[in-house]
Design a protein around this ligand. Structure first.
Ligand code: DSN
Length: 431
């Protein structure tokens, strides 16, 4: 077993913090950073506590403050996504999906999911949460021209299969899935539509992506830390059906959670308040940045997916790097140059290519939050070119990436420039 001294342990943490918050350009599409204000709200004694049960009707004493914060967070998140009811207890999007799928389907029932090629998340599939619940996955057909669900074939499939529910939304997608287009067919056979907005929640709240609840989805489920720049966690909202909401609510605890990690709730509230104030400006800049990065990468000589559709309408850009040595090698080379991305299967890759897929998935939301705009996207595309096309030594490029990154260290679209006095933070109280 490797063992470290306490000093070494704290050094490792410090090295990580500096590396990811100061030196690297972070382009993982599923990550983001909280504001300092949200972070201060995150570090609290709520980290040590339990609050099973409902606010005001807990199985534990000591919950009078979380009993105020939790309903407030539920109400604010419901308002932001146009739901009547919301629940912020799920500790991840996958836990949220588990509670929803458990209520909508029984063992042996069928659920239609978006094509994996159009970005469905593993939790929607037979390999993930859906499979663990014994619900059968039926994949909707993929249309490679629109890089999306094939609407006509999907409508036929809904009418034939009569699934208990349909899951849309995903993890690698550039264009919105067709909720409105499938809503009537779903309704006609009594299928509920679940939209997994984990990746695009911040864009929805900022008005830069179609709100699925306004387009006929019954339930929105999401994580709260991707384009929505909050603490790691999950939530779901139900458009109007109170009985459905109550059933899911009762399933999250005690089936899938005991403790709901209370400390994420105040930080989620700060982020939700920030998104109320700055969400529109942030979400629009994210989408503009993604589009500009895609164009600049194409101009630099990369094969960028979705060219005929304007590259992207989300925070993501997807490139095919087979010519540059494949996804595995390209991601490692970029990491050596202090640029963090993940390798990704492309729609035409076989699933077996997962260890060395053809592509890279790139997300611009975190760097947007640090204040980068279109000009900086051009600089980033230039670094990609130097490393992957010009084959410059990544270690040499790394120092220039860090110098560039050093100009963007404060978090925008946040309350961080307000002079708020925080009294009695948890570290003050135990000093
Ligand atoms: N694995 C995450 C992603 O990167 O998209 C989603 O859970």
């Amino acid at each position: 077993m490797t063992s470290f001294s306490l000093d070494e342990l704290f050094n490792l943490i410090s090295n990580h913090n500096k590396w990811r918050l100061r030196y690297t350009v972070n382009l993982i599409a599923s990550e983001n950073v909280m504001s300092r204000t949200a972070w201060l709200a995150y570090i609290s004694d709520f980290e040590h506590r339990y609050a099973e049960g409902k606010p005001g009707k807990r199985y534990y004493e000591g919950t009078k403050y979380i009993d105020i914060l939790e309903p407030w967070a539920n109400e604010l998140m419901a308002k932001l996504v146009h739901a009547k009811h919301a629940d912020v207890r799920p500790t991840s999007g996958t836990i949220s999906n588990a509670g929803i799928f458990r209520i909508l389907g029984d063992v042996g029932d069928k659920a239609l999911i978006a094509p994996v090629q159009a970005g469905a998340h593993v939790s929607h599939t037979k390999y993930g949460t859906l499979g663990a619940l014994g619900i059968e996955q039926v994949e909707m057909p993929y249309d490679s021209e629109s890089m999306n669900v094939d609407v006509d074939k999907a409508i036929k499939m809904i009418e034939e299969v009569k699934p208990k529910f349909i899951v849309m939304g995903g993890s690698v997608y550039l264009f919105p899935h067709p909720v409105r287009e499938l809503a009537d067919a779903a309704k006609s056979v009594g299928s509920r539509i679940v939209y997994d907005a984990a990746h695009v929640l911040g864009l929805i709240v900022g008005g830069a992506w179609r709100n699925p609840l306004d387009h006929g989805a019954d339930i929105i489920t999401a994580s709260t830390h991707k384009t929505f720049p909050g603490p790691q966690g999950g939530f779901y909202g139900v458009r109007e059906d109170e009985e459905l909401f109550k059933a899911i609510y009762k399933t999250i605890f005690p089936y899938f959670l005991s403790n709901h990690h209370l400390h994420h709730i105040p930080a989620l509230l700060v982020t939700a308040m920030e998104m109320e104030s700055f969400g529109e400006a942030y979400a629009n800049q994210v989408v503009r940045n993604a589009r500009r990065l895609a164009e600049a990468l194409a101009e630099a000589g990369f094969k960028v997916l979705g060219e005929h559709l304007g590259y992207t309408r989300s925070h993501q850009v997807v490139i095919d790097v087979r010519k540059q040595g494949g996804g595995h090698k390209a991601a490692k080379m970029l990491q050596d140059a202090n640029i963090i991305v993940n390798k990704n299967l492309l729609p035409y890759d076989p699933p077996t290519a997962i260890k060395d897929p053809s592509g890279l998935r790139i997300g611009v939301q975190e760097m947007t939050r640090f204040g980068m705009k279109e000009d900086e996207m051009e600089v980033i595309a230039g670094f990609f070119k130097e490393v992957l096309i010009d084959k410059k030594d990544p270690k040499e490029v790394a120092s220039r990436v860090s110098e560039f990154r050093a100009g963007f260290t404060s978090i925008k679209y946040s309350f961080d420039d307000r002079k708020v006095e925080f009294h009695d933070t948890v570290l003050d109280l135990i000093k």
